[in-house]
Ligand binder design. Sequence first.
Ligand SMILES: *Cc1c(COP(=O)(O)O)cnc(C)c1O
Length: 355
Amino acid sequence: MQPRDLSSHVAYEAGRGIEEVARELGLDPDDLVKLSSNENAFGASPDAVAAIREFAPRVHGYPKTSAADLRDRLGDRWSVSSGQIWLANGGDGALDYLARAMLDPGDPVLVPEPGFAYYGMSARYHHGTVRSYPIRKADDFEQSPERILDSYEDERIVYLTSPHNPSGSELSREDVETIADGTDEETLVVVDEAYGEFSETPSTIPLLEPRDDVAVLRTFSKAYGLAGLRLGYAVVPAEWASAYARVNTPFAASEIACRAGLAALSDDEHVERSVDGVRWAREYIYENLRAETWESAGNFVLAAVKDGTAVSEAAQKRGVIVRDTTSFGLPQCIRISCGTREETKRAVEVLNELV
Ligand SMILES: *Cc1c(COP(=O)(O)O)cnc(C)c1O
């Protein structure tokens, strides 16, 4: 037998890992600088790590109170009810819950191109079809509500990314409002704020108070440094928040993830340190990399090069792993995640030899 027709599905291409590259090149993993997956260069919140250790002996129990407590805490933080917080296995898991809740078979969704691959993957898993709107390099990746609406044809979900991966461009709350106003009542606008902490633009979550057609995605993977733990959530309108119980995979946000998430939320100092480090690294890259760059509100910078694959492969041989954005449809760019000062300086030095 065979699985269903998966020919329109595409596999997720993750940034390359340290161990993988070290093994392939015969290098020591400690000599490599990995700036390819937008992970937190400052590591996880130490309080989250302490919570992981503390609760390790408790993993024989299902996460009930911890998940409830985390939903309460996040609800307080965003001034929404805890029911509006859809906890999930990473932001990716929350994207799945939104697709499960919204899509009937054959329903179309609209995704940014270039953009985060998982929007389309998730929609296809849920028997949806995928169309895209362009975010053009020729326009410096500017995201204009008018142009996004030009591509809109009554799709069931429109995915927005702000800050946008891989360019770092943004949409304001007013822009999101314009898009939500310009789409059908039965179209959900999903605003992916995975990099929201690194931006000075306020979150779109307050739009959910009057509206029932906007949902916002947040994650613990980036500013909180918990990518390996898999914890994220959607904030959804009160009107249909109760659908969570009918679409979520039971206990997908694990006991350890929920405990670490609670601890990380109280560790403002770690988030501040991470955000400050990212601001420094972005400026350093703009000023010192001898290539055209685009101003980014995320923890990464996109840079123009002649051949993204060639430059990233050559950098890798010199121990610096950056993201070749060819799989995003940008073969003449690379994306450099913000590292520590030392890592960022080394990356820029190596890249300057190659561009
Ligand atoms: C990293 C990322 C996410 C979420 O990742 P998770 O690790 O699943 O939380 C979502 N959207 C974008 C654009 C991202 O870059």
